[in-house]
Design a protein. Structure first.
Length: 206
């Protein structure tokens, strides 16, 4: 493309914006003209989703960010699967990260394994994830209600919580445990929006 495009820049930027879900097209835009590169990169890195099973892509992206400081502020949302225990490596590098999605593998809840994060990982999220305001949890299974609540309490600044197709393997809890859980959630979580798109099994404990 020449330095003086035939289309107005406003039209070109709208075309780029309309391609925000097509990373290959955005990549082509970024290579076509240096004037298209900033807007294209902004859209390419705004929402980063990790899809591979082994989690190596998360660590590779961390290494990429280590040597690409100008790209770090562009990332505003990340999505991962059960490798969320690796995603905390990114938190220190992404100053504008405000949204995180964690999605399980299986649509069939009977085939899901109980999922949890270790205490050191949860501590890292509490320390480094204070800018995350939106949390999406999709198709995850937790061993019990306490583990689910520990997960929520690790994100101390969330305002929007979305839960879809969650399952608990055990719903047994004493009245004392329920009271403690409710007190912790009410004191530490200050949600402005709660979205539930499936019946959560832990409701049996309420």
């Amino acid at each position: 493309m020449s330095d003086s495009p035939r289309l107005p820049w406003e039209v070109i930027e709208r075309i780029i914006s309309s391609s925000s879900e097509d990373r290959e097209t955005l990549h082509s835009f970024s290579l076509t003209c240096k004037q298209l590169r900033p807007r294209s990169l902004c859209l390419m890195f705004a929402n980063v989703v990790f899809r591979f099973e082994e989690g190596a892509d998360i660590l590779a992206f961390r290494d990429f960010l280590d040597v690409s400081p100008p790209l770090r502020p562009l990332v505003r949302s990340i999505g991962t699967n059960h490798h969320a225990h690796l995603a905390f490596h990114l938190l220190r590098l992404l100053p504008n990260l405000t949204q995180m999605s964690i999605t399980g593998d299986s649509v069939d809840s009977s085939r899901r394994l109980a999922w949890s994060l270790s205490q050191p990982v949860l501590a890292c999220y509490r320390a480094l994830g204070t800018r995350i305001e939106t949390l999406h949890l999709v198709r995850l299974s937790f061993p019990n209600l306490q583990e689910f609540c520990r997960m929520l309490l690790a994100f101390t600044s969330i305002k929007t919580l979305s839960c879809q197709w969650l399952k608990l393997h055990s719903t047994s809890c004493t009245s004392t445990q329920r009271a403690q859980i409710k007190q912790s959630l009410s004191q530490q979580l200050h949600l402005s929006m709660l979205e539930v798109k499936a019946v959560l099994h832990f409701l049996m404990c309420s």
